[in-house]
Design a binder for this molecule. Structure first.
Ligand code: ZN
Length: 199
């Protein structure tokens, strides 16, 4: 069913998503037995394309650029916690959403990150095709890499539509994943302090 009609044969680079996605979405509608020409569906391929490009826009994000200018001198040893960050991502197995909350904590080594940048780092990785475990790890590693703190903890609690709408059809099961690096991994008290903040 893959449509290659707009693919340029010259380059190895992937064809521009904006050019190829509407045709693919249209083919998918037809394959599902729908009539892509009927009134309600006429603009759907364009909308699906725009929506998918937004939901995967994290691939193009340059982390250093994202935090540029928002790293400040700050106190060492006082834990910074940003909790209940809204999270929306797409599972890479079904392309269905998973969504929930992300909690991020770190122990500065004299450098702190502008608070609004923490959710933007979360989005940079959530806006890709993901599994929750890897997303959790990538957020923690990104904080580690950009802020170079003494330690990082990230916890994600999320509901997966691929489990809720299909498959096991469990509406109330939430997946919880965590990644602890540096002091959060080694020091039980640091980890405990973080976990008490997000409880
Ligand atoms: Zn899934």
């Amino acid at each position: 069913m893959a449509s290659t009609r707009t693919r340029t044969p010259t380059a190895n680079a992937p064809p521009a998503a904006a050019a190829i996605l509407p045709a693919l979405a249209r083919d998918m509608l037809a394959a599902l037995g729908e009539d892509p020409e009927r009134e309600g569906l006429r603009s759907t391929p364009r909308r699906v394309s725009e929506s998918l490009r937004f939901l995967t826009s994290g691939y193009g994000v340059d982390l250093q650029k994202l935090v540029n200018g928002a790293i400040f001198d700050g106190p060492a040893d006082e834990m910074v916690v940003v909790r209940d960050i809204e999270l929306y991502s797409l599972c890479e197995h079904h392309l269905l959403p998973f969504f929930g909350k992300c909690h991020v904590g770190y122990l500065p080594r004299g450098r702190i990150l502008g608070l609004s940048k923490v959710p933007r780092i979360v989005d940079a990785f959530a806006h890709r095709l993901q599994v929750q475990e890897r997303l959790t790890m990538q957020i923690a590693e990104a904080i580690m890499e950009t802020v170079k703190p003494l330690g990082v903890g990230v916890v994600i609690e999320a509901n997966h539509l691929c489990m809720m709408m299909r498959g096991v059809q469990k509406q109330n099961s939430r997946a919880v994943t965590s990644c602890m690096l540096g002091g959060f991994k080694k020091d039980e008290r640091t980890r405990g302090e973080f976990l008490s903040f997000i409880r």
